[in-house]
Design a protein around this ligand. Sequence first.
Ligand code: NAP
Length: 261
Amino acid sequence: MTDTTQGGDGAILDFDLTGKVALVTGGSRGIGKSIALTLAARGADVAINCNTGGQLAEAVCEEIRQLGRKAEFYPHNVGDESEVEKMRDEILRDFGRIDILVNNAGITRDKSFKKMTREMWDAVINVDLTGVFLVTKQFVDPMAERGWGRVINIASVIGEIGNFGQTNYAAAKGGLIAFSKALAREYAKKGVTVNTVAPGFIRTEMTDAVPAEALKVVTDSTPLGRLGLPAEVAAGVAFLASNAASYVTGHVLDINGGYAM
Ligand code: NAP
């Protein structure tokens, strides 16, 4: 019998997600859409959450069904506890369980600290940090009871190095990195890994809102010389979701073209 702990065994190089059920929050567009499609392409059935973009989410579901996988969408605000509980009930009704949770939903409300209002602070903390707490609460203990699970949180390079005009977002994403490490320690012995992916600047509607001059400053200081693509983030998530990442927990995977290292 091969000892899989010694390396060289094919079982460790297992990137297949067939038979797994994933939930991707904010999966209707941008990075979340790419994650949902990539996990489905690896074999997972996928529950997609969004806030108000149901039409886009349904289109992603349709693409996933074309791949032969099951997909449904759930338009519920991750920052609202009763909405999250409704989403849990609907997902359990349709899929029975979640094995892979990707907390991807996120918003920005940028302003210099001087101009930042309490509303802007609360909005970002509520979706980007409390939303992760609320959704994870619903699904992580059942994963632990079954002895296998993956929680993958999408933070940001801004949570590691900060950024002008983003004290709220930096606090939420930095908090998310710390949250993930603490949760990783709590669930490590129960078969559940918890990791963070920290993207740099990725071409989505979120960065479409950033002025071109500001993006030029970013690409000029990115060793790989360009913005990232959603699929490049999704590739990291697919690895962390798989059995190939069985010895990875509490990690922050930077996908930022070398912008911060
Ligand atoms: P995006 O294109 O703006 O998409 C955001 C997604 O989140 C949408 O599906 C949106 O659904 C959903 N969402 C927003 N608020 C929600 C809420 N309250 N409840 C449920 N869903 C909600 O964003 P993105 O650029 O793909 O970013 C995805 C994640 O990566 C975010 O956490 C972001 O902070 C992080 N990130 C992005 C970049 C980047 O450069 N793009 C870099 C680092 C990290 P609706 O359309 O229904 O609102």
